[in-house]
Design a protein. Structure first.
Length: 116
């Protein structure tokens, strides 16, 4: 009986250690992407992009530098990717890297946010 009890305790300990090790190894990877947003002209543009990108599951942070025309985004690679980030930006009316803006969304931007 004593040996059976020790066997059960040993199996429990080994299983617990194995599960903890798997949880540690499966930490989501945080990536950073810099996206060229060449059609950004003001803080309203920056806010619109920030709000759109933050809606994506897995996005940790968004920083749009209007002067440098770069959006820097930290995200979990297990939840989203560069293509989804670019699409969120183009869907609100701005170019993202080599992806062109959604023209309907662009038409709805405030006048100060339009480049043409």
């Amino acid at each position: 009986m004593k040996q059976l009890f020790l066997s059960i305790i040993t199996i429990f300990i080994l299983t617990s250690c194995s599960q903890q090790q798997n949880q540690t190894q499966e930490q989501p990877k945080v990536e950073s992407a810099s996206i060229a947003v060449n059609t950004v002209v003001c803080d309203m543009c920056s806010n619109a992009i920030t709000e759109a990108v933050k809606k994506i599951d897995g996005v940790n942070s968004v920083n749009v530098n209007v002067d440098k025309k770069i959006a820097t985004i930290e995200f979990l690679s297990t939840k989203t990717n560069l293509v989804s980030l670019e699409k969120a930006i183009t869907d609100v009316g701005y170019d993202a890297n080599d992806k062109k803006r959604n023209l309907d969304a662009y038409e709805n931007l405030p006048g100060c946010c339009k480049t043409e």
